[in-house]
Structure formats: structure tokens, C-alpha cells
Design a protein around this ligand. Sequence first.
Ligand code: BES
Ligand code: ZN
Ligand code: ZN
Length: 492
Amino acid sequence: MQIEIIDKKNQDISADCEIVVVVDENIEHRFIKDKKLLEKLNFEAKQDSTCFLAESARLYVGAKNLEHDAIRRAMGAAIMALTSYSFKTLKTSLYISQDVEHSTRAMAEGFLLGSYKFDNYKSKKSKSKIEKIYISTESYNKSIKFNLPSLTSAIQTAKVISKATNTVRDIVNTTPHDFTPKSMAKRAYKLANKYGLEYNILNSDALKEQKMEAMLAVGRASIHKPLLVQLSHKPKNPVATISLVGKGLTYDSGGLSLKPSDYMVTMKQDKSGASAVFGIMQAVAALNLPIEVHGFLAMAENMVDGSAFKPDDVLTAKNGTTIEVRNTDAEGRLVLADALSYAQQEVKSDYIFDFATLTGACVVALGHYTSGLMGHSSSLKHSLFEAANKSGELVGSLPFNDYLQKLIKSEVADVCNISSSRYGGAITAALFLDRFIEKENKDKWMHIDIAGPAYVEEKWAYNPFGASGAGVRLMLSWMENLIVKEKGKNGS
Ligand code: BES
Ligand code: ZN
Ligand code: ZN
């Protein structure tokens, strides 16, 4: 599907169907040519609701305002409504909030994210017929000064980021039988070759050499051995260095602390953290961002057999901390303990982010659509809030405190892998990770629990049933803001 911005009035563009956004239920706007009919049909034009008028070949879609995400969602809803039809070409106009470039980009993202389909396991595939979408420079709200190449480049950026998001969706939606730690290593290797990224892999033997006993214990009962992949994007004169660490459980059965059947279904999603890091690396490389970025994909499968690690085991993590295992289902933090320690040993970074479907408690706290931010630095949190706002991803902050810290105390080892209380589980999991963050890195680190939005069993906004690709747009927006800030500092 191609998206093209055209410097023509909407009516002068020929296309099979037109998408018209009804903003804030304002049916009086000059763009609404079927006002009477829409009134007869009682079309309320709430956000994301659509009304297709066959005779005029117009699809009306509601948006609550002109903000980026309202328009991104409207375009997503429109494309979802139109994919089953046989239209080959669509047209629409510009809907602008603050700046044209970002609005154009949001529109293109809505189209590209909304048209995603995962039907690898369906015997009948349904391919969308839509080949081209024209965006007219005729604007809904203000007459704007625009620079056509900059809008074309905004569409290009949207393409790269949406493609990366859709790749993450594909990976996460793939079954645990078809996607194992090795599959991730292969994908990463291919990506590295395509873009000239540095690639390094630690197999089980290398993990042993690195004394990553916690990660090894989690993967021990699986026929698919754990591994850690590092991908590095190293441009000349980077404005900053960033490490991204992802939880990549290709399946989480819970281990000996076996999950009840109802909770086990969907646990192919437990690789969403590492998959997000993969997607971010893909976009960073394709956009050739002036940031040095290291992605660490910590892959394992949490299974059961006679060799499984057990509640009562004590594991020594890479940084020497001993961990009392009281629940083998709290395995993500064990994998991340070692992966975070390794990442800090390998690279001195300005920022460290980890992405993980870490806790059900985070979903209880924030609901299905919002990622949880946990860390020490309020300014870093603030910058992530800003990026979330721009990208359309939702984030909420869950605060640390000393009282919760006490709940992961162990009588047997340095720390326990579960909390002694049933409340505040997202935060106690993050406080566990904090034990593996070195002192000088405390303010550089943020834990992002994506258990809520990574995989949702219903379609929401421009996200389909299943994997959403959470984390990719958030991080890319954050990086773009960082580049602007750092370049501003240097006066370039
Ligand atoms: N992978 C799960 C967390 C999860 C739950 C992700 C729901 C996505 C949706 C994680 O490994 C886990 O099982 N966590 C336990 C921790 C508990 C044993 C302390 C949980 O959240 O119940
Ligand atoms: Zn688990
Ligand atoms: Zn898990």
C-alpha cells in the first residue's frame, strides 16, 4: 500500500473512495457533503465510528479532535472498515493539529498500522485490495504553508516505524512452536546483515562463561536453549548511547509453578519485550539515527521437565547477587537480572531501558492499554510521557517506595524473586530489577512493563486482535526528541 501526498484540491484527485473525518461531531463543516443523509442515518461521529455511503463513495469517520492520536485512530478505523471492499485507490485531506509534518505522519501511521492483518495460520488469506492512498494538501482546518518534500519524508518515516511495529506484531503473534529463541537469533542475524549492525550471540555455553545462572535456570527445562543476542547500531558522532534490554520468553508456562490453563493461553506474547527491542533496532537502523543503540534480546522458554529449576532453588546472578526462587513463574525478572547486568558490563550507556511483559499486576494497575513506567529519574519519566503523547502509546507511572522494597527481602538469599505481599506486584518486580542496576546507572534506567498493551484479545484503535507492537513508537518518538534536544545543545 502506497501513500502519497498530492498538492491538489481534494475534488481534483480521482480515487475510488474518499475518507472524510467528522471532527468533534461538527457536521456543519464544508468537508461534509452528505450532511442530510448522515443526519437521517443518525450517524453520531464518535471517535473511530464509521459510516460508509456507497452512492457517494465516501466513508465518514469520527474523531474527537484534531490531536495526532485522534486522527491516527480515525485513519486506522477508516482503513479497517474499507479493507474488505474492492477499492483500489482512496483519497483524503490533511487534518492538522500543531504542525503539518507530525499530522501527516500520524495519518500515514493510522493507515499502515490499521491495515495490518495476521493470517499466517488461516487457510484462506484475505488480501486488502487497496493499492494507493492520496492525501490532498487541501487542509480541513487551516491554510498552511507546507513544504512538499518534508511531508513526503514524514510519510517515509511513518512507513519505517509502522513496518517495524508490524514486524513486531508478526513475531509476537507467531506460535511458540514456530518461534523459538533460535528464530529470534536468525532474524537478528538477517537484520544485522541488511543494515550493517554489529551482531553478537551468547549461546548456553557462553551464558555459562558469563555466569548468567538465573537466565540459564529459567531455560533449563526447555528443548530450546536460552540465548542472548546483541545488536548494535554505531553511527559516527552519535549524540548519545542507549541500551535496550528485552524480555524474550518465547513461551511462559510458569514452569513448576505452572500457570492455570486460562492464564497460560496467550503466553506466546511473553517475547514482546525482546520483539519490541528488535523492532526498535530495525527502525533505528533504517532511519540511520545519529544515536548509538545497543539492543539485548534475552531469549528463553519457561517449561517443565525433570531438569526444571524449582521453588526453593537459590540462583547466583551474573552480578553475584543470590536469588531465592519461591515461584518459577516470576521468571522474567530472573532473565532480566542477568541481561541487565550483562548490558551494563558491555556498554557504558547514557540511558538504559528494559521492555518486558513482566507482571499481570501491571495490567491490574493500569488496564490493558497502558505500559507501566518504573525507575528513579522523574525527568526521564517525564520525557517518556512526552514521547508517549506524541506517539499515541499510553504510559502510566508506578512509583517506588521503601516499604515495597522490604517485601522482596529473603531469609535465605540476598533477594527473593517474589514479594511477600499480593499487592503492588508490578512495582516489587521493578524493585527486584533495581537490585541489578549499578549505582552509577540508577538515574539512567527505566523499566517499561508492557504486559498491558503488548497483546490484547480484541481490536482497539489501530491495533488488531493480538500483538500491538507496543514500545516501538514510544521509543522512536523518545529518540527523536532526544536528537532534537542534543542537537539544540550543540547548536547544530
Ligand atoms: N509473563 C508473566 C506476566 C504476564 C501476565 C504478562 C499477563 C502478560 C500478561 C510473568 O512471567 C508472570 O507470570 N508473572 C507473575 C508473577 C508472580 C508469580 C509474582 C504474575 O504476574 O502473576
Ligand atoms: Zn511467568
Ligand atoms: Zn513471563
